[in-house]
Design a protein around this ligand. Sequence first.
Ligand SMILES: NC(=O)c1ccc[n+]([C@@H]2O[C@H](COP(=O)([O-])OP(=O)(O)OC[C@H]3O[C@@H](n4cnc5c(N)ncnc54)[C@H](OP(=O)(O)O)[C@@H]3O)[C@@H](O)[C@H]2O)c1
Length: 422
Amino acid sequence: MTTIGVAGAGSIGASLIRLLHTSPAARSLRLKTVLVRDAARPRPELPAGTPLTACPAELTDDPQIDVVVELLGGVEEPFRIVSRALSQGKAVVTANKNLLAERGPELFALAAERRLPLGYEASVCAGIPIIRTLEEALRAERITALEGILNGTSNYLLTRMSEERAAYAQCLADAQRLGLAEPDPTYDVSGQDAACKAGILATLAFGAYVDCRRLPVTGIDGLGLEDVRQAEVMGYRIKLVAAVRRAAGDRVDAEVAAVLLPLQHPLASIRMECNAVRIESEGLGETLLAGKGAGPAPTGVSLLADLLDIAAGRGRIPTDGHPFLAGAAELADRQASAARYYLRLAVADRPGTLAQVAGCFASQGISLASVLQPEVPELAGGSLVPLILTTHSTDRRRLDLVLAALSAAGCGRSVVLRIGEH
Ligand SMILES: NC(=O)c1ccc[n+]([C@@H]2O[C@H](COP(=O)([O-])OP(=O)(O)OC[C@H]3O[C@@H](n4cnc5c(N)ncnc54)[C@H](OP(=O)(O)O)[C@@H]3O)[C@@H](O)[C@H]2O)c1
């Protein structure tokens, strides 16, 4: 029998605790203690008699507990609890992407030193077995690129905008009502959540630590319905994509951004709150994993699988060569990487504007692939009107010089999206 302490009984903790109570697969596991902030609050969502404490040491320092499952959220307190549990000789399972993305090297070093398993399948894409796939199934494979839809909230919003032509604010309000978005959605829609997961996946795919705080990140919060509509007219769908690629000199080229994907791209058809990861590798070519990337039930399934592995003596103990222990990855200069771009500018509605805009692009040697000025009703003098452009391949540094020149020439706030390839 393996004895477990669970830190956190929120939506994920409660789901795991119920599973430990009801799943026939969990027969070899015994739940001893559950850490919460407020142990006196009634918790009808938990099985009657669940033993609660508000004292972390009752998990981390209890000699009877073999495994601590960390499901608190945040970084500092989870780091204290996980590092204390490891130093007390306990295996750890966590669903906490922020903890691993920011403090992973220290925790994996401690687990390696103490020869203890550290399970973290649930930390990225919940129920989709992406960590196992990268760490085990593809361990002999050279991965060249990986791209993913890693944030269910953003994908839900973009799907509703695309399929129903519903406005961003309306979709967001619905997502909050359905529990798919937090009351403050910033972390999800700004791309930060996806960046955290991208850091972990890039670390595993390329064998050196990619700190998510170094990645360039933009979200979907600046997009309008007109961008979604226009992208589709041109044969694309807008998705928030975490893209990492092996660049020259084994540098890692990585970004999280809203991207125009061709409609036939495998990630373009991932709908609503689903997640997906597409891996490109030398031997296998293309591999796609898709499914439920969030939510209490899928996350509980992953956590239980990690626990069963540990109980059966198959828990993954990090060794010296573990990617989180292999030093920091060198990042490629994204400003230098070539791509095509979609731009929506706001320009003055007066003769000569188009020539002025075209001149700014020409001065940097950027060739335009298409130009569209959608008709708008007659506006008062001095108004700005939308101008939609796509470019041929260019590097981002030159594009940024054009954007600066356009801004100096009085163009309003612009949307700039990379056009993905497939
Ligand atoms: N939601 C998802 O779909 C999903 C998917 C994969 C991974 N995750 C990860 O799973 C983790 C848990 O998420 P969640 O949605 O379950 O969080 P949550 O609902 O906010 O629950 C957090 C739990 O931790 C307890 N807690 C927080 N800080 C504490 C402290 N300092 N001391 C003692 N107890 C503390 C809380 O106690 P009280 O109940 O007393 O407040 C609560 O029970 C996060 O790392 C999250 O990123 C979530």
